[in-house]
Structures are given as structure tokens and as C-alpha cells.
Design a binder for this molecule. Structure first.
Ligand SMILES: [Cu+2]
Length: 160
């Protein structure tokens, strides 16, 4: 009991609080590296573009699976096919443009007809069924993923 020194204990607590505050200031990527987590691990499947009815606008769908332990944010998609690609969500049959979509850790982000989707505007040409379109998906804290996307017939629905 005589060795107890409240003053020293208090100092240690302050020092610990200080180091926690510093950790909070580092970037998300740094923090996950230091914590020994593996971060997002992403793969893309089931991508397709239905042959568009109009000459200047198309939709795009795919699934991103995240087997990592950190959420990933899809922040943009680029392609030779379209100068302007935006991401949309659909709620009560109304679509809304969003700046990012989350791929949850251990989960998936699904873009499908009637739900989340890509809108491709200002098409460089009208794609037809059988074409292949290359796309690149960009993420906030993970490297980009290139995908070769088949163009399917207009009313195509994937069977799951
Ligand atoms: Cu839309």
C-alpha cells in the first residue's frame, strides 16, 4: 500500500489519453494498418449493361463483394463509353444521385434493376448486345478495379 503513488497513476493516464488522441488524427488507412486489420478486399461480379433504348443514356449494374474487415466507399466509375457516369439509389421508385456507395466489410454492394444503379450519360456510341465495355471502379481507401462489362439485350435480368 505504501508504494501506491496516485500522482504517477494520473500522469500515466494523461499520457495514454494523449497517444489515443494522436491515433485518432491519423488517416483511416494508417489506423487500420496499425491495428493489424487487412482493410477492404474487393471483387466485382455480375456486371452488365442492358442495351439502351435511347442513344445517349444507359444503365449499369454489378455487385461488389468485400471479404475484408473494413468498409469501402465506391466513389466513382469511369468508362470509355460515357463522359458522365453517376451513381444513383432508388427509394419509393424515385432515384437520387449519390456521391458514394458503401461496400460493407464482410458484405456486398448490389446494383440491380430497380435499386442502386449507374447512369451513363453522354455516350460516345450506342452499345448493342454482345459488345464489351471496359469500366473502372474507384474507391476511397482501396485501389481501382477494372471490369469488362458485357452488353445484354434490353430487358435482360440476371438469374440469381
Ligand atoms: Cu438513375
Amino acid at each position: 500500500m505504501r508504494r501506491r503513488r496516485p500522482a504517477r497513476t494520473l500522469t500515466a493516464t494523461v499520457a495514454l489519453a494523449g497517444s489515443l488522441a494522436l491515433a485518432g488524427c491519423s488517416s483511416a488507412a494508417d489506423a487500420s494498418a496499425h491495428a493489424g486489420t487487412k482493410g477492404p478486399e474487393l471483387s466485382v461480379s455480375g456486371a452488365y449493361i442492358p442495351q439502351p433504348v435511347m442513344a445517349d443514356m444507359a444503365a449499369g449494374y454489378f455487385t461488389v463483394t468485400n471479404t475484408g474487415d473494413t468498409d469501402a466507399e465506391l466513389t466513382s466509375v469511369s468508362s470509355d463509353l460515357a463522359a458522365d457516369i453517376t451513381m444513383h439509389t432508388t427509394t419509393d421508385n424515385r432515384m437520387r444521385k449519390v456521391n458514394s456507395l458503401t461496400v460493407p466489410a464482410g458484405g456486398r454492394l448490389t446494383l440491380s434493376s430497380g435499386g442502386n444503379h449507374l447512369m451513363l450519360m453522354e455516350l460516345t456510341h450506342k452499345p448493342v448486345a454482345g459488345d464489351k465495355v471496359s469500366m473502372e471502379l474507384h474507391f476511397a481507401t482501396a485501389g481501382p478495379i477494372g471490369v469488362t462489362v458485357p452488353v445484354e439485350p434490353t430487358g435482360y435480368r440476371p438469374k440469381d
